[in-house]
Structures are given as C-alpha cells and as structure tokens.
Ligand binder design. Structure first.
Ligand SMILES: Nc1ncnc2c1ncn2[C@@H]1O[C@H](COP(=O)(O)OP(=O)(O)OP(=O)(O)O)[C@@H](O)[C@H]1O
Length: 546
C-alpha cells in the first residue's frame, strides 16, 4: 500500500530535535547537554526524579526560558523560541499543571482569550464557535462552549486547556503532570484523548511521575537524571522497575513493606463534625471517626468530597459548624486554638496544597524548614532567631530527606515541585507529633522519594503515632492504611480493612453504599490497563455531555 502523506511526513523529520541543550540557574545545572528526538505522531514520555530538569527542558521548548547553549529543531528546521508566542506560532502548545483559565469566563471565551485578534480578523465569535465545534468533533473533545469554566470539573477544565492549544494550531502538545489533579476516571479519559490526538497526527510530550501511565500510554520514554537524559527507549521494551532504577540510580522498592499494626488508645476522636464552605454549602456532614496510636487511617475519595475540608478543620485552618474533636482525650476548643497552638498540643499537619498553606515561596529553604515552629527555643537567640541554628537544622533535614539542590539559602520558589513537598514533610514529620494529619503526601513526588516518604510514615506509625491520611491515589491509600474510610458527598460511606480491593473502594467512592451494594460486580477502577497499546475501558465523567 502506498504511504499516505501523513506517513511520509512522519518519516521525513522528527517533530522535535533538541541538541546539546544546557541551562543553569546560578550554580544549579538544571539541563546538561541534552539531546532529545521526539518522533512525529507519537506519545513521548519524560520521567525523572524531582529536580531532574524536566520542567526546565519543557520551559525552554515553550519559550519560558532561554537555553544557555544548544539548538532546537522543529519539523526539521532550526528555530529560536524567545517567548511563548514564538512556540505557539511554531505549533507547540502546553497544558500546565495549574490551569491558566479565567474562572468566570465561558469555555469559548477562554479558548479565544489571547487569540481574539485572529478570531476577529477571520469573522468573530461565530467563526470561532464553528472552528471550536470542528476541533471538538475531530478530536472527540466535547465541552459545552457556553458553560462557565468554574462550573466544570477539573477533568473538563483540562480539556478546555487542550482545546485552547489545538485552537491555536498546536501540532505538538506538552503536558506537565496532567493527571495530578484528575480522578482515575478522568485520567482514563485524558489518555483516550491523547491516543486520539496521536491518531490524528499530533505529537504529545507527557511529563509524569506515574510510571503506570508511562507504560499504558506512551510509545517512547526518556529518563532524566540530574539534568541529563540517561536513557530513551521504546516503552514496550522496558518495565516500571527498570525505569524506576534508571531514574534514581538504585533499585526502588515499589511496594510498602510493613508489619501488622499494633493499635493503642484512641488519640484523635472526631464526633458529628459538620463544616460548611464559604458559600455555606455543607462540605463535611456529621463525620465521626477515631484514630488510635500506632495506626494509619486512610480516607479515600474522589477529590472534592469533603476530605480536604475535614482534615483542614481538624488542623484548625477551618472552623467546624457543629461537632467535636478530641485529641489525647481533651476536647479541642477551635475558638481558642489556632494551627500554631494545635502544634504545641502535639498535632502536625502536612497540607495538601503546599503553595497555599505549606510554604512561603519567597522565603529561603531554612526559613520554611521551621515555619510554624520558629518560636521553639531551639532556634532562639534572645528575642531573635539564630540564623546559624536555623541553617544547621536545615542542612540536617536536607541530607536526611535528600532535598535537592542541597542549598538551604535557596529561595523555596526555586526548588522543583517535588522538593518543595519534601521540605514540608521534613518539617512536619520530624516534630514527633502524637497525631499526624497528612494530605496528598506524594503528589508530584518521584518514585525514590515516594519510597522514602512511605517508609517514614510507616516508621511513625510503628513508633505509636496516630496518622490520618488523605490521598486521591487509591494505590497509596491501600498500601499505607490499616483501616480505610471512604468519603462521598461529605459523609463517610464505608469502612474497609487494608485488604479492600480497588473495585470495592471504587464503588464506595462513587457513592454506592454498603446498603445498596447488592449490585453486580464492581467496575475495575484500576487507573489504566498496563498492557501497552490497549485502550482503557470506556467511562463517563460527571458533567460530560453524552
Ligand atoms: N527559576 C529557577 N531558579 C533557580 N533554580 C531553578 C529555577 N527553576 C528550576 N530551578 C532548579 O533547576 C533544577 C531542575 O528543576 P525542574 O523544575 O526542571 O525539575 P523537574 O524535573 O521538573 O522536577 P519535579 O519533578 O520536582 O517537578 C532544580 O534543581 C530546581 O531547583
């Protein structure tokens, strides 16, 4: 059969060829002499430990940063990409981890934003709407163009970001950690969209820490380590274990190794807790739970079902409208206690949203490393803080938690996402609290660090701490928890032991409670099929048009 024009194009030039790309930030060599070729019409995964330089490399390709040296070819032609508009003009689109949509704009308005000039020249809103319809149809990416963006679930907001890039003519799409905020079902959808884009001749570059995603959806995988590409292989010829080992330079234990729990007395007791959000909508409804010393209680649930409000209320960040919380047998008076005094009482909290609550990004690492604990005598020097004590303390944590770069004077904003997470974890876990509340402990964290963080959490349990864990990663909940509570619509809808299956928990997460579960077999919510080349099962996400 004669080659189609598309097939000939695929063979003619790679979509992207980077040669000898280097980029330093002061002493940090974020990218070192990188050569990378991305084939057209392929899905190319990039993995690497935290701080390996993935985001920097993609930022160079998208014109956010300029490389110190090296060349970029797009479709066989050498180019310079001094700003993002140049990248867009070259057909490169980027879907960011934190969406850049205007919340009170409609889908159509968001998609046209920044491209209004072109739209007006070519016939205004009606033309834009028709063009959007065509793109939606071609790529099976339906979204209601008149829906307000803020009313859409995150999965659909991400879809709007993808549509926006395609509307601007993107042939090459970069996605940076796209599934961090998605439910398993939404992630499945995204992967089907990516496969569809590839079929239509688009090229996708996917940065992710989730190796199962790499195995399920990519054609080729490149591994980065300490600023370099250490390996590029067809995905079908490698394995999760091999990739993990190349990423961190040693074998990684991908399963949590833990002894049976030895629960002691109840340390944290929540009774009939109700919490409303800023619009007075109840987010947590009459929740009661206990956590004992020496056990990990995991709360599973699709994001937005009240688990974040629950943990933030226990931590003193939000006020309950009803109910009580006892710690060590003492009722906590939230009218009087703030997060700082709760810390003194023996509660530590690793917040989900490290940018909003865990860190002051403009502070140096050593300052963030004691944030909230800065009144401790250990850091005092009369009425002042002892700079040398702070730095010494920070250096120890940096070594213990392998925070990179090992520079306690670096501004926290300049650490990679995963290393910022390690700064918060190190701070909260080392306090030797009685009760530890942890939200999404390994979001954006590489496999080597996940292994370390999971081990630390289990060690704290074995040392008799009471741990309440919230995570949207079912794998994580199942691997760590001694008991699993499932939250749906603000309520605890079921409790299971550590042996609960993914399907069983998935049903509860979808709101099918024990009383109703005379239903047939549970759907398999395993995030993705790990057999390369096989499409994930058909699923529907809330708010999506049939
Ligand atoms: N603007 C900046 N100023 C100083 N250092 C920076 C800056 N941006 C990145 N770095 C440093 O460059 C290195 C690479 O960071 P980058 O964000 O590219 O890593 P990454 O592989 O994307 O990590 P993660 O998986 O944690 O997101 C890190 O050591 C980081 O601290």
């Amino acid at each position: 059969m004669a080659d189609t024009a598309a097939e000939q194009r695929v063979r003619a030039h790679p979509a992207i060829r980077l040669s000898g790309i280097s980029k330093s930030f002061g002493a940090v060599r974020a990218n070192r002499d990188i050569d990378l070729t991305v084939r057209k019409s392929s899905i190319h995964g990039i993995v690497g430990e935290n701080g390996a330089g993935k985001s920097t490399l993609m930022s160079i390709l998208y014109g956010f940063y300029q490389a110190d040296s090296g060349t970029i070819e797009v479709d066989g032609k050498q180019v310079s990409i001094p700003h993002s508009q140049a990248a867009i003009d070259l057909g490169i689109g980027m879907v960011h981890q934190h969406f850049m949509l205007v919340h009170n704009f409609t889908v159509l308005e968001n998609i046209m934003l920044g491209a209004e000039g072109a739209a007006l020249l070519s016939g205004g809103m009606a033309r834009a709407r028709a063009e959007l319809k065509r793109i939606e149809k071609d790529y099976q990416l339906e979204v209601d163009p008149d829906a307000l963006t803020e009313d859409l679930p995150v999965g659909l907001q991400q879809r709007v970001e993808i549509l926006k890039a395609l509307y601007r003519g993107a042939d090459i799409l970069i996605l940076d950690e796209p599934t961090g905020v998605l439910t398993p079902t939404e992630a499945d959808h995204l992967f089907r969209i990516l496969q569809r884009l590839r079929e239509e001749g688009k090229t996708v570059i996917l940065i992710t820490h989730k190796l199962r995603e790499i195995m399920a959806v990519t054609d080729t995988v490149s591994v980065m380590r300490q600023g370099q590409i250490v390996d590029t292989e067809p995905t079908a010829q490698t394995s999760v274990e091999a990739i993990a080992e190349k990423m961190v330079g040693r074998r990684v234990l991908l399963r949590v190794d833990k002894k049976p729990p030895r629960p002691g007395p109840v340390k944290l007791s929540v009774r009939d807790l109700t919490v409303v959000d800023s619009r007075k909508v109840p987010m947590v409804k009459n929740v009661s739970l206990d956590v004992r010393a020496g056990e990990i209680v995991g709360i599973a649930g699709v994001a937005g079902n009240g688990q974040s409000h629950l943990i933030e209320t226990i931590a003193g960040i939000r006020r309950p409208t009803q109910g009580t919380v006892e710690m060590n047998g003492k009722t906590l008076d939230y009218d009087r206690l703030d997060p700082a005094s709760l810390r003194e009482e023996g509660m530590a909290h690793v917040p989900e949203d490290r940018h909003r609550m865990g860190l002051v990004l403009a502070f140096e690492e050593n300052e963030n490393a004691i944030l909230g604990y800065h009144n401790s005598a250990a850091f005092g020097n009369g009425p002042f803080l002892s700079i040398s004590a702070m730095r010494e303390h920070a250096r120890e944590r940096i070594e213990q938690y392998d925070i990179r770069p090992p520079d306690c004077r670096l501004k926290t904003a300049n650490f990679s996402g995963g290393n910022q997470q390690k700064i918060v974890l190190a701070r909260e876990m080392e306090r030797d609290p009685d009760v530890l509340l942890i939200g999404q402990p390994t979001r954006g964290v590489d496999v080597g660090a996940i292994e370390f963080i999971h081990r630390r959490i289990v060690e704290m349990r074995d040392a008799g701490k009471a741990i309440l864990l919230v995570s949207v990663e079912l794998d994580e909940i199942r691997a760590l928890s001694d008991r699993i509570l499932v939250m749906f619509d603000g309520k605890i809808v079921g409790e299971r032991g550590a042996e609960a299956t993914e399907g069983e928990l998935g049903l509860l997460m979808a709101g099918v409670t024990d009383a109703e579960s005379d239903r047939p077999a549970a759907p398999d919510l395993s995030m993705i099929d790990t057999t390369p080349g096989q499409a994930p099962a058909e699923t529907q996400i809330p708010g999506e048009r049939p």
